[in-house]
Design a protein around this ligand. Structure first.
Ligand code: NDP
Ligand code: 8X3
Length: 252
């Protein structure tokens, strides 16, 4: 059977890295994208060991020119993307909105919203043309409601919901499917990045609760991708068992 191709942004860590492994095991060939060449090589190796043919692409999703030339460089089978996983993203800081760092805001908006839009705009036209494809955006429970200090990050994930819902409407005349996977607490590098490398503060986020893993989210993502063609998993909220929503978390 012909192997499908998935493109994963932010494949160098956490959920993106787990998706690379799970999709490789699931029989996909992979276009892995990220900024860190060394980490990308390591993930590429893991995916190859699991049987995938891999094409690495190094670019920052905020760099529209670099993203465009990377996508335009795709030749042959690599130009036919079956699944786009818009995963690259981050939170920076947990300050009150009136005290927040405006550079952090810009980075989150440029990555989580504009980067995701850039990849969508570059890849979905071919899906529409072929009447086949699947866009899976990694949103968040943070997009459902703001939490203290979440302000701009929560807004970016609320935007991911609106952008995902909007795309689903715009491709409803085609067989292209659109999914918003909304994780809760997942232990990855996310909190280390959020707290600018403060590991102790990052560890505290997952204290007293068994968090989700990148693999848990990758399993759900693969399930959505592999659902029968007539089934569109529009949205899925995946929480840790002792987490009720973005703010109610029962800790030991
Ligand atoms: P990680 O920090 O482990 O991974 C984030 C990935 O995104 C890294 O590969 C990172 O690359 C990449 N990335 C960040 N900025 C850019 C950029 N400008 N261009 C290209 N790649 C970039 O965190 P997660 O795996 O947890 O995060 C993945 C997604 O999941 C994010 O969208 C996040 O918002 C979302 N999410 C995470 C949750 C969690 O609790 N962990 C819960 C809900 C949603 P690099 O190493 O170069 O920085
Ligand atoms: C990541 C989940 O609740 O830490 O989007 O914002 S949360």
């Amino acid at each position: 059977m012909e192997r499908k191709i998935a493109l994963i942004t932010g494949a160098t860590s956490g959920i993106g890295e787990a998706c690379a492994r799970k999709f490789a095991e699931g029989g996909y060939d992979l276009i892995l994208t990220g900024r860190n060449v060394e980490k990308l090589k390591a993930v590429e190796e893991q995916a190859r060991l699991r049987g995938a043919d891999v094409l690495p692409l190094v670019f920052d999703v905020r760099d529209r020119k670099a993203a465009t030339s990377a996508v335009e460089s795709l030749q042959g089978k690599w130009a036919v993307i079956d699944v786009l996983i818009n995963n690259a993203g981050l939170a920076l800081g947990l300050e009150k909105e009136y005290e927040g760092d405006m550079d952090d805001w810009e980075t989150m908006i440029d990555t989580n919203i504009k980067g995701l839009l850039t990849m969508t705009r570059l890849i979905v036209p071919r899906m529409v043309e072929r009447n086949r494809g699947h866009v899976i955006n990694i949103g968040s429970v943070a997009g459902d409601a703001a939490y203290a200090g979440g302000n701009v990050y929560c807004a970016t994930k609320a935007a991911v919901k609106a952008i995902t819902d909007g795309l689903r409407i715009d491709v409803a005349h085609t067989a292209v499917r659109v999914t918003n996977v909304k994780p809760g607490l997942v232990e990855t590098n996310f909190s280390v990045v959020r707290f600018h490398g403060d590991n102790e503060r990052a560890d505290n986020v997952y204290k007293g609760i068994q968090p989700l893993t990148g693999d848990d989210i990758a399993d759900v993502t693969l399930y959505a991708a592999n659902a029968p063609e007539h089934v569109q998993i529009a949205e899925v909220l995946v929480l840790a068992t002792h987490q009720a929503n973005g703010t109610v978390i029962d800790r030991d």
